[in-house]
Design a protein around this ligand. Sequence first.
Ligand SMILES: Cc1cc2nc3c(=O)[nH]c(=O)nc-3n(C[C@H](O)[C@H](O)[C@H](O)COP(=O)(O)O)c2cc1C
Length: 345
Amino acid sequence: MEKSKKLMDKLFARGRDFLGVEYPILGGAMSWISEAKLVSAISNAGGFGVLAGGNMPIDLFKEEIKKTSELTDKPFGVNLITIAPNFRKQLDHALEIGFPYIIFAGGLPPRDAINKVKQTSSKVMCFAPTVGLAKTLIKMGVDALIIEGHEAGGHIGPVSTSVLAEQILPHTKEVPVFVAGGIGSGLLMIHYLMMGASGVQLGTRFVISEESIAHNNFKNAIIKASSKDAVPCAQFDPRVPVIPVRSIVNEGARDFTTLQLGLLAQIERGDMNTREASEKLESFWIGGLKKAVIDGDIENGSLMAGQSVGLATKVMPVTEIIEELINRGIEETDRILDLVDVCDD
Ligand SMILES: Cc1cc2nc3c(=O)[nH]c(=O)nc-3n(C[C@H](O)[C@H](O)[C@H](O)COP(=O)(O)O)c2cc1C
């Protein structure tokens, strides 16, 4: 047990220093869900909560940062979607107040936005869904990467987390790398740390935390679902690119298919251009997620969830989720150390 704790400390050291937390476990930002209560609960439990900027109007964004800061004196981050309408206003405010950790989501972030953060003492973290993008982002000067695989909930990249981990972790020394997508327990957490990760990010498991404001209908849908139920949406025509979204299949997911086919028909007739069509598809998800998370409409709303949904089986307080991740991690390091002992005999 003593040895396991030592090993865990070693594995956590870089992420712990970078984030200034006890456990380098990020509660991934989730639009509508990652607000003051959940974010502060994750940070107060020793993890790193991340506030979702999403489509928040600037006044609400300012208010949420203030509220979260009142609920925790521990570090937390803000996640800004670079293609969201209020992105620039949110970024300017975060820099104005010297917010320490800014995470850019939503494709390759604009170079000037990264440079703007780099001119301050704030740290900038970005998502790398491919090995090429990871290299580009490091060259652009980001302070840390989050590699997020295809298994994750919400908008997803093309490559699975395990393959990204193999491609990126052993070769990336310049910046800390956090791994997201498909992590449901401390078992996988430990193995990504042993491969060189500085920490992990989880989303789906925190959706069903006690502190999450997600509607009970949404939480129950997650508890009931198995991993095979969380599937990515399809793209039918490259003229209207679709960033795949992983969600539990329901009427809402089927509506997305209908909407996409309808928009393609309008493009064929010349009644709509492709940019307008893409915008309509993106706003479908934002509205759909709110419908499910806030209104509890789990038939027509969007039930974004990762494949780790199969490991999200009951509502628990955030402290217990984090405790469970750590305890499972210690159990696994114990097992590994026993194996090493056997080899030494
Ligand atoms: C309901 C939901 C909403 C999400 N919204 C966002 C978001 O607004 N911005 C973002 O960068 N990631 C978003 N994500 C991704 C999470 O932050 C996290 O990276 C992902 O859930 C990790 O995979 P996991 O669900 O397998 O743990 C969302 C995920 C879910 C499940």
